[in-house]
Every structure is written in C-alpha cells, then in structure tokens.
Design a protein around this ligand. Structure first.
Ligand code: AMP
Length: 190
C-alpha cells in the first residue's frame, strides 16, 4: 500500500502532479482544498464555516479538516492507497493523520515536498487565478497571506516527517513532465 503526502506551498503543483500519480499508481486522491470547495459550493454548514477562512487565505480549523479525512478513510477501507494533497497542513493534523492511519495499519510511505521559488509561486497563482475561478488566487494580498501562513504553520511539518525518515525534497521547478519524473524516481525508492 502506497500512502503519499504530497507537500509544498500553494502553487507548487501538488494538484497537477496528483492527477498523474493517482492514474499511475491507482491511488485515491484526497485534496482537502477540493473537499472544502465542494462543501462551499453545496452551501453546507461546514462549507459556510470554512469559507470565512479560505476567502482570506487563512487555514480552516484543524477539527474541521480532520473530521473530513476521518470520514473518508472510514468510507474507503478497500482503497489501494492515498495521495494526501494539501493535508496535513499543521503539526496537529499530521499527528491526527498518523493516529488514523495506525488504526488501519497503513502508515505514510513518504512525504514528497515540492520546492519552488517564492516569486515563481506568486506568478503561478496569479496566472491560475485567471482561469481557476478561485477567489483566493485572484487577490495578491490573499496569495501573500497563504504563502506566509504556509511558512509559519505548514513548513514546520518538514521536521515532523524528517524525524520519521519520511521527508523527500523534490525540485518543483521546470516542466510538469520533469517534475513528474522526479516524483516517480523518488516513489521508486520508498
Ligand atoms: P488548496 O486547494 O490546497 O490550496 O486549499 C485552499 C484553501 O483551503 C487553503 O488556503 C485553506 O484555507 C483551506 N485548506 C485546504 N486544506 C486545508 C487543511 N489541510 N487545513 C486547513 N485549511 C485547509
């Protein structure tokens, strides 16, 4: 069973690469950003609560995202493995994920961290905003806030996974195909 944490700042290419990897390795794609946007579109209570944070570029509360992940793992016991995309984003979420996966005896195989220069990230997000329809990609100050929050709350997770010998740094610059190859080469040694 392959359980991958696809990690990196907003705009690093996690979603794009996840699309390819789920196909190749027949994994379930679990993107908390997509799940939250689905909840917002469906105007659920959870969606309404999450929207208040997402629209400003802040993280949704840990309890909300952990509960979502818990339900999905429970409903998909037959899964071949997962790509966690945009989750975990805090140490509390990483601890909760380890506990949940321990229950099912399916530990994280590796954390693949896409590294991209900050100026490049901002440019990619602004470009994505022209077509994605995502309000949080269209405002420069919100983009900057998301990158700041990433550096503050999410980046420390590298140490969390490094301590478990599960941290793999991947250069996220270059073409989509070049980055995919680096990911595939790394997954081969997990
Ligand atoms: P993403 O699509 O991964 O860029 O996520 C978009 C937004 O959803 C983020 O800026 C957060 O506001 C929220 N979000 C997504 N995943 C998480 C998470 N694991 N924890 C907290 N908030 C999240």
């Amino acid at each position: 069973m392959l359980n991958l944490v696809l990690f990196g700042p907003p705009g690093a290419g996690k979603g794009t690469q996840a699309d390819f990897l789920i196909e190749k390795y027949k994994l379930n794609h679990l993107s908390t950003g997509d799940l939250l946007r689905d909840q917002i579109a469906a105007e659920t209570e959870l969606g309404k609560e999450a929207k208040r944070y997402i629209d400003k570029g802040y993280l949704a509360p840990d309890s909300v995202v952990i509960e979502m992940i818990k339900n999905i793992l429970k409903e998909n016991k037959e899964a071949n493995g997962y790509i966690f995309d945009g989750f975990p984003r805090t140490v509390a979420q990483a601890k909760a994920l380890d506990e949940l996966l321990n229950e099912y005896n399916i530990p994280v195989s590796g954390m693949l961290c896409l590294r991209v220069d900050e100026e490049e990230l901002k440019q990619r997000l602004l470009n994505r905003g022209k077509t994605s329809g995502r309000p949080d990609d269209q405002d420069f100050s919100i983009i900057e806030n998301r990158i700041r929050i990433y550096n503050e709350k999410t980046e420390p997770l590298r140490d969390y996974y490094r301590a478990q010998n599960k941290y793999y740094k991947i250069d996220g610059a270059g073409s989509i195909e070049e980055v995919t190859k680096r990911l595939v080469d790394t997954i081969a040694i997990l």
